[in-house]
Design a protein around this ligand. Sequence first.
Ligand code: ARG
Length: 460
Amino acid sequence: KETKLWGGRFEESVTDIVEKFTESISFDKQLYKHDIMGSKAHASMLAQQGLISLSERDSILKGLDEIQRSIEAGEFVWRTDREDVHMNIEAALTDMVGEPAKKLHTARSRNDQVLTDFRLWCRDAIDSIVASIRNLQVALVKLALKNEGLIIPGYTHLQRAQPVLLQHLLLAFVEQLDRDAGRLLDCKARLNFSPLGACALAGTGLPIDRFMTSNALGFTAPMRNSIDAVSDRDFVLEFLSANSIIAVHLSRIGEEWVLWASEEFGFITPSDSVSTGSSIMPQKKNPDPMELVRGKSARVIGDLVTLLTLCKGLPLAYNRDLQEDKEPTFDSVKTVIGMLEVSAEFAQNITFNDERIRKALPAGYLDATTLADYLVKKGIPFRTSHDIVGRSVALCVSKNCQLQDLSLEDMRSLSPVFDNDVYEFLGVENAVKKFSSYGSTGLECVADQIGYWVAKLEIN
Ligand code: ARG
């Protein structure tokens, strides 16, 4: 067996069971690019500070480039006995360039190294997720553009409430996703500080320049406190919290679309290309992608809970428990990106069933609140209007008709202020036209929203 990089004081090698249990190379090799980036910045800084020679720096940089090439070509052999990505790369570098490689770990610990890698990795992951969010927003706005003017029932308590433009409803999702992107970008700004040079926990007496490495790696500044730098994982907790909120938003879209695709609603028809069938029931066509979006939100939330639980009992500073921070993070990122991608795919492959929706609209007295507003405009206090319209609805229920079918006489029996102009407020088409408040489902308000998103997302 090869002696470990930390093997000096050890007389026995670790057992196979311990080696297998403690390794992280099987998953942290994903950090290789950021590990190499960090090592290159570190080596350049060591040379600038006179801690290694320029020629030592050059062999380190050249060796690291070669290692990156061989990893990307699939030639690099990851060794479990070398424990993690940091020691795999350092040991391979030593195999390759010899003595200079032994100076690379000067004024560095794996504790600050892993966090440098991880923060850089999260920074890139955030950019990828934000790009996927933008892509879904664009798909939703395009879906809205395709369905201009379509009115659908709006629900509260999953009971028919008021008529809304489909565009308005789709843009509600676009708004939610925009805050999701905002949360990620806030998180990115907060995590973008450099732990490198914090070393094990206390810093170092060697004359390093943490500002130089921070700059070279695109961090805003070095972290002020070395103990904090190696101890905390709040940046990942924040990241996974933001991911969990995204997942919950997507799960709600999933639920809505699964309902809409049901025979009972029948509002949308997903194309075959985004549906799957049943192994026993030949007639089935199921909206599985969106069901799985709903389902996978559980994983993303679970990943956050894993990390919260991981951190809650830890004393300062680094503890090996923290190695468990990576898999949930990788899983959360991969899952959220998949959910965003498939939701966009689904949005591009559904059609709204205008006919079916139009037939569904008359039921449920969606215009009742607009009728109450009519009475308010005639000077009736709202509470009284509410009661008058409530009694109008009861009359319709007994006559098995809609509000617009009531005769003026019928209505006047409930309030003398009803006039012929009342019919301009009744029926969903009329009702939608009456909305005018900022942010409402009124035609102009929604057109303004569409205009805002088309410009913001640069849709043409
Ligand atoms: N693989 C470790 C992790 O992910 C790297 C840091 C290990 N440090 C140590 N002293 N054992 O956390």
